[in-house]
Ligand binder design. Structure first.
Ligand code: FAD
Ligand code: PHB
Length: 431
């Protein structure tokens, strides 16, 4: 069996990559260990940045997103029992769209299968091989039979616990990591959300978030011990904590309803550098994790594969390798800014057991500042709605490629960042 790009993992990263490659006329085979039902029902992230929404719409997977996605022009931050609105439209001219990750996944699977795409669910013992050499291939078991998928490139889109990152020699990777001493208990509830916009609440009992999936279904979170047993969280306890942390004098009170899903997610910040090794490219959670407070996990996965698909397109259509060589450097620039934002939102809004009285006052002052200063609110807003994609770099690079392609390619392979800066600076100097 042979294809151009072998993709491991059918989450948002793998599915979108296979879709974007198909649109560029590049073949792929997508391997997934879980069932289709499992990946379509996995409740996770819920907020799409405008650039991610636009990409899905522009590439023909946005039909249902346009009809059912909930466009939000702001969020509320709540502390001391009072809500403060951050107005995205006013501050940035942009918005976000609430649309569940599992809906994005369903739409992508439908479009890929509709176009004759090759997605193999329920495969087992998947492992990438020879990505440092000339014959990259993926071994896997399908219906009890050993299979080998030969390919030009392997995309590791297999999430944080996948097999691709561990397959790279650890001496070639640097890991940057921070664990948080808390997690989120998330519930999906059959009841209308109490607010049209998301509410992020800082409270002395801990953080809480009111989100939604539709006008009839709410998605609620409360900060909890990451190692807590879900059995300790009866529905009654979830409601008690949620109401207490959201309480205030503006009458916002979430209507209770049947809890249809409940789970605890630990929180960590994680980045591996570089995100590529030979012909193996990591994308999405396989390469990085952000705490969910900035609503960025799925958006980063979309950004990675958008860059990877363009790099593969440049390779197949024009024989150019410099974008592939620079893939990791281009992605990491955005990833670190998003890491910073997600860490900052998390630090500002959660309760930390180790906080001293000084830390507490400083934390409250930070929330006060963000909700009362236009400059600070604008910074939050522009990060939340999503930083612009590195599109200008790609276009600039295309325009100037003919002038000095060999020098540029060599320099980038040696030091992707230096080459990137040199080119960007040259652009400014040359006007
Ligand atoms: P994933 O969605 O993890 O997809 C990876 C895929 O690879 C999976 O389908 C997996 O089954 C498959 N796979 C794994 N190993 C193999 C293998 N060996 N072979 C083949 N396939 C394999 N983000 C937010 O912004 N807000 C949230 O509320 C939020 N909640 C989350 C809750 C949980 C429990 C988790 C794990 C993540 C959450 N995230 C959240 C993060 C967000 O969902 C991820 O950033 C996003 O799913 C990344 O997409 P991905 O495609 O990179 O990885
Ligand atoms: C969600 O709706 O699941 C959600 C929204 C905002 C976040 C995290 C999760 O910051």
């Amino acid at each position: 069996m042979r294809t151009q790009v072998g993709i491991i993992g059918a989450g948002p990263a793998g599915l979108l990559l296979s879709h974007l490659l198909h649109l560029a006329g590049i073949e792929s085979v997508l391997l997934e260990t879980q069932t289709r039902k499992h990946v379509e029902e996995r409740v996770r992230a819920g907020v799409l940045e405008e650039v991610a929404e636009r990409l899905l719409i522009d590439t023909g997977v946005g039909g249902r997103l346009k009809r059912e996605g909930l466009r939000h022009h702001g969020i509320k931050i709540r502390y001391n029992g009072e809500g403060h609105r951050i107005d995205f439209k006013h501050l940035t001219g942009s918005h976000v769209t609430v649309y569940g990750q599992q809906e994005v996944v369903k739409d992508l699977i439908a479009v890929r299968l509709g176009a004759g795409g090759d997605i193999r669910f329920e495969v087992a013992e998947v492992s990438p091989h020879d990505f440092e050499g000339a014959e990259p291939h993926i071994r896997f078991m399908e219906n009890g039979k050993q299979q080998v998928l030969h390919c030009d490139f392997i995309a590791g889109c297999d999430g944080f616990h996948g097999v691709c990152r561990p397959a790279i020699p650890s001496s070639s990777l640097t890991v940057f990591e921070r664990e948080y001493p808390f997690g989120w208990l998330g519930v999906l509830v059959e009841a209308p959300p109490a607010s049209e916009e998301l509410i992020y609440a800082h409270h002395e009992r801990g953080f809480a978030l009111l989100s939604m999936r539709s006008p009839q279904v709410s998605r609620l979170y409360v900060q909890c011990d990451p190692n807590d047993d879900i059995a300790n969280w009866s529905d009654a306890r979830v409601w008690e904590e949620f109401h207490a942390r959201m309480s205030g004098d503006d009458g916002v009170r979430q209507q209770e309803g049947r809890i249809i899903q409940k789970g605890i997610t630990a929180m960590r910040s994680f980045v591996v550098e570089p995100m590529q090794h030979g012909k193996l490219f990591l994308a999405g959670d396989a390469a990085h994790i952000v705490p969910p407070t900035g609503a960025k996990g799925m958006n980063l996965a979309v950004a990675d594969v958008s860059i990877l698909s363009r790099a593969l397109e440049a390779y197949y259509k024009k024989g150019r390798e410099e974008l592939l060589a620079a893939y990791s450097a281009i992605c990491l620039r955005r990833i670190w800014k998003v890491q910073r934002f997600s860490w900052w939102m998390t630090s500002m809004l959660h309760k930390f057991a180790e906080h001293t009285p000084f830390d507490r006052r400083r934390q409250l002052a930070e929330i006060d500042y963000v909700t009362s200063s236009r400059a600070a609110a604008t910074s939050l807003a522009e990060n939340y709605v999503g930083l612009p994609m590195e599109r200008d770099w790609v276009q600039d690079n295309r325009k100037t490629q003919s002038r000095s392609s060999n020098d540029f390619f060599r320099a980038r392979l040696a030091n992707p960042w230096a080459a990137f800066r040199k080119r960007r600076d040259a652009r400014h100097i040359l006007g």
